[in-house]
Design a protein around this ligand. Structure first.
Ligand code: FCB
Length: 447
């Protein structure tokens, strides 16, 4: 089968393009008390009544910690070129800063080796939100020392896995860590303190910038990057106040992390509007944050319509197409975001590190998912349009490989290419998984 036969239209897919799927440690592993793993902020948060829908927790999740071999076999069935997973910091350094837990590191060593034996490239993320609780007790990301602890942990993982990793990303979606975690309180650690959120955002960037040279020294030649969640902020009307509000939202969401990483500093307008004094920024911090990297990962799900708070609310006549989580479906937004990032990153390789959708499961047959398949088809087409426009996109990871713990929403939203019955842990490949397999199949696959 020619690569790209699963595409809705005949489009060029660059040779070596990587088709993968993504997960994150707390969302799939379970085994939270095993082999010396320390507590994370998500263990604490999920066990706090009222924080997560249905009182769901990641205690068992997909039991991937025990079932990773079977899960790799499923990846092989899909013919994936690559698998993006995250390492749980509290498994590797249970107290956040201090002794390394060999048993925790061994798990990721086995996972990495088994993936490679199956011909699947391991794309590793070092931080996908499971901060060791001990560090949160000392102030979490609002405390600058957490950045130093992260760099030390990054060094440990890179030394052990770096030679076999296809790529290492420092952080997943630092906007969410800072703002959902410390300002809006929707995610762990559940704080609602804007000053702590802006301090956290800076310290997350410092964590990234300090980790990059540590990883580079420990694993020379392994591509290093960061993963950002980005989305177009569309003005609700042509009114100048809406245009201004959308511009500020764009600065605060799409530029706040990308620009400093690319050496462009914090966006001045967004910063002024946020009322952040920048008190945490010390001399040379911006140089540290701008450490040269090798790729940027983009997580894309939706776009937002922005209405100025100074104008009366607008009541749209037509309701937009949304997923089960109410996220607007906007494939063209992916083309836009990729082109926006490329305007900052030039020839730096880009990856779609997450894209996918939650839809209600078909009660008669959980493997039938025409909506998810359609969502992915339209977004893949949008990504290929960006490639045609010159964006150096090198790969695309579906979120998610399997149904999993969707943070504060618990297990109800289903994102998987593979359905999971959480009573029995039975896995079944969905039609969207078969669609993904058709993309990954073909003579140009990166093996
Ligand atoms: C992203 C997260 C990922 C998953 C998807 C749906 O923001 O990185 O873990 O929850 O959303």
């Amino acid at each position: 089968m020619r690569k790209g036969d699963g595409l809705a239209r005949d489009t060029f897919v660059p040779p070596g393009f990587v088709w993968g799927a993504a997960t994150a440690s707390y969302q799939i592993e379970g085994a939270v008390h095993e082999d010396g793993r320390g507590e994370s902020i998500w263990d604490r948060f999920a066990h706090t009544p009222g924080r997560v829908a249905n009182a769901d927790t990641g205690d068992i999740a997909c039991d991937h910690y025990h079932r990773y071999r079977a899960d790799i076999a499923l990846m092989s069935q899909l013919g994936l070129d690559a698998y993006r997973f995250s390492v749980a910091w509290p498994r590797v350094v249970p107290t956040g800063a201090g002794p390394v837990n060999a048993a925790g590191l061994d798990f990721y060593d086995r996972l990495t080796d088994e993936l490679r034996a199956a011909g699947i490239a391991p794309h590793i993320t070092l931080y996908h939100w499971d901060l060791p609780q001990v560090l949160e007790d000392r102030g979490g990301w609002a405390n600058r020392e957490t950045a130093d602890a992260f760099a030390a942990y990054a060094d440990v993982v890179a030394r052990r896995l770096g030679d076999r990793a296809a790529a290492i990303a420092t952080l997943n979606e630092p906007w969410c860590s800072a703002h959902l975690g410390y300002r809006l309180g929707i995610h762990a650690p559940g704080r609602t303190d804007a000053a702590a959120a802006y301090a956290s955002a800076h310290h997350l960037l410092m964590a990234h910038g300090l980790a990059v040279p540590a990883i580079r020294a420990a694993a020379p030649g392994t591509p290093i990057g960061i993963v950002l969640n980005l989305e177009p902020k569309r003005p609700a009307s042509p009114h100048p106040l809406d245009l201004e509000a959308a511009g500020i939202a764009h600065d605060q969401y799409n530029r706040w992390f990308l620009d400093p990483v690319m050496g462009l500093g914090y966006p001045a307008d967004g910063r002024r509007d946020a009322g952040w004094t920048g008190a945490e920024v010390r001399p040379r911090d911006m140089e540290v944050i701008a450490a040269p990297i090798d790729f940027v990962g983009i997580n894309y799900y939706t776009s937002r319509t922005i209405r100025s708070p100074l104008l009366p609310p607008l009541h749209p006549i037509a309701s937009p197409e949304v997923t089960a989580l109410g996220w607007e479906v906007d494939p063209g937004g992916l083309t836009e975001i990729l082109e926006f990032v490329a305007s900052r990153t030039g020839s730096l390789p880009l990856y779609v590190t997450e894209n996918g959708a939650a839809y209600a499961e078909d009660p008669l047959d959980p493997t039938r998912d025409p909506e998810r398949t359609g969502y992915l088809q339209r977004h893949v087409a949008a990504a290929l349009t960006a490639i045609e426009h010159g964006v150096p996109l090198r790969g695309y990871f579906a979120w998610s490989l399997i149904d999993n713990f969707e943070w504060a929403e618990g297990y109800r939203p289903r994102f998987g290419l593979i359905a999971v019955d959480f009573e029995t842990q039975e896995r079944r490949i969905r039609d969207s998984g078969r669609y993904w397999a058709s993309l990954a199949a073909g003579p140009t696959r990166a093996r």
